[in-house]
Design a protein around this ligand. Structure first.
Ligand code: ZN
Length: 156
């Protein structure tokens, strides 16, 4: 329940909040990112695929899942980040975030390895990989199959 601010008041400094993300049931996914691989899950019962990976199938309520690597798709949409959200402000270059369609069930969001947005087209084929960024966070990387220039932030 929020309380109405008393006046006069002043704004506090911006707060940075971190939290621990439990990964015991999705460790394959997180380990894969460190190895440059992106995994989804596929239900052994009904065949439904999930990304982000689900350790349980919401369709048939089992935990009988396979891990499947996803490695390519086509760009469905993209945008360039000029104003970086908290946690990304240390990236000096504007970067492009995109969503790649792998199948009707699987769409993957990641950083596009391309600096010139004029070279980016919807439906262009991309490789889906991952890498650990200089700040230590694993990140999904979408690589255009015929790329011109790499994003400097991705080469550090
Ligand atoms: Zn299922």
């Amino acid at each position: 329940m929020s309380k109405a601010p008393e006046y006069p008041s002043i704004k506090s400094r911006t707060l940075t909040i971190t939290h621990d993300i439990p990964i015991s049931r999705t460790k394959v996914y997180w380990d894969g990112l460190r190895e440059g691989k992106v995994y989804a899950t596929k239900c052994k019962n009904c065949g439904q695929t999930y990304y982000p990976p689900q350790p349980d199938c919401p369709n048939c309520l089992t935990s009988n899942m396979d891990w499947i690597q996803i490695s390519e798709g086509t760009l469905e949409t993209f945008t360039q980040a000029y104003l970086k959200p908290q946690g990304f402000t240390h990236y000096e270059q504007n970067y492009i975030i995109a969503i790649a369609k792998v199948s009707e069930e699987i769409k993957v969001m990641g950083w596009l390895e391309e600096t010139d947005i004029k070279n980016v087209k919807v439906e262009m084929p991309v490789e889906i990989t991952a890498k650990t960024m200089p700040d230590g966070f694993p990140t999904i990387i979408l690589k255009p199959k015929q790329t011109s220039t790499q994003h400097p932030a991705l080469n550090q």
